[in-house]
Design a protein around this ligand. Structure first.
Ligand code: F6P
Length: 327
């Protein structure tokens, strides 16, 4: 049997929107690679940095003290340039010039498509899913989702305090890109009256009705959680719902980028450590062109082509659960 081609130099990068847990994942990749006697390079600034050949050496001490830090020490960017074949060819040239034998890419759906593009150009690559949106096919959960949910729930708990004191309804917008995952989970665990998600159409009247029902049931507040991709938007709702009719005065809170920051939760640190370790182990075993993901309790490998081609379904039974539990 042929011996596996040995990886002497491994590169690791983060791309797309940052997610809490990227740092523990970088740490796991670097230290596992060192365990297998690989030299490690970090790519600074995502795919744009790769095109520029912006590599830094990474040793065990360089990733010390980052387990608990949000963001990414390698920095990240949303690269439009990398969509162009010429830019991908240049990235390949930079990888070869730096002597990189394999690459780990930590990021969201766009980053996994970027990983596939490099794989198709012959680079041994493994993707790691990291995005608070949880919209990537092939994994039950992405790095960053748990921390973001904790941030959202903490914020809504605080909003409920002030909402109750003032007899108000709060329209709270979460992130999520085109997915309702964050909003739906957050709605259930924060006791929202109604959740608005892009996957299910809702009318202004239905939202007004939910707020009015809460008022009539004697609640001192109402919380509506809306995903950023849902329509009508929270601002449209606030301008169209008649406060006199629904009983509560209303306020809008857009949670925004605080959802992407903060120290990673225990769950995210463990997930990031497991996925980062496995990504390097796969490469060490000669396996590439895959994304590592969590399926049940197991870390699995999913072909990058499948990840890129398929859409992650939202478990819609949670939608009814959110409504039932809001009584
Ligand atoms: O993909 C993660 C995400 O936070 C989305 O939820 C949101 O739509 C987007 O990134 C915001 O992107 P940016 O940081 O470029 O404003």
């Amino acid at each position: 049997m042929d011996a596996l081609p040995k990886i002497r130099t491994l590169a690791v990068m983060t791309a797309g929107g940052d997610a809490p847990g990227m740092n523990p994942c970088i740490r796991a990749v670097v230290r596992t690679a060192l365990h297998y006697e690989m030299k490690v390079l970090g790519v600074m600034g995502g795919f744009d940095g790769l095109i520029r050949g912006n590599f830094i050496p990474l040793g065990a001490r360089d990733v010390g003290g980052i387990l608990q830090r949000g963001g990414t020490i390698l920095q990240t960017a949303r690269s439009k340039t990398f969509l162009e074949p010429a830019a991908q060819q240049e990235a390949l040239r930079q990888l070869n010039a730096a002597g990189v034998d394999a690459l780990v890419i930590i990021g969201g759906g766009g980053s996994q498509r970027g990983a596939l593009a490099l794989h198709q150009r012959g680079v041994p690559v493994v993707g790691v899913p990291a995005s608070i949106d949880n919209d990537i096919y092939g994994t039950d959960i992405c790095i960053g989702v748990d921390t973001a949910l904790n941030t959202i729930v903490d914020a809504i708990d605080k909003l409920r305090d002030t909402a109750s004191s003032h007899n108000r309804a709060f329209l709270v917008e979460t992130m999520g890109h085109e997915s309702g995952y964050l909003a739906l989970q957050a709605g259930i665990i924060s006791g929202a009256e109604l959740v608005l998600i892009p996957e299910i159409e809702t009318s202004v009247e239905a939202v007004a009705q939910a707020i009015q029902d809460a008022y009539r049931r004697g609640k001192t507040h109402a919380i509506i959680v809306a995903a950023e991709g849902a329509r009508p938007s929270v601002t449209e709702l606030a301008s169209q719902i008649d406060e006199m009719e629904v009983g509560f005065t209303m306020r809008v809170t857009i949670l925004g980028h605080i959802q992407r920051g903060g120290k990673p939760s225990a769950f995210d640190r463990l997930l990031a450590s497991r996925l980062g370790t496995k990504a390097v182990e796969f490469l060490h075993q000669g396996r590439s062109g895959v994304m590592v993901g969590l399926s049940g309790r197991e870390v699995v490998a999913v072909d990058l082509a499948e990840v890129a081609a398929r859409k992650r379904d939202l478990p819609l039974e949670y939608y009814q659960m959110a409504i039932t539990l809001a009584r």
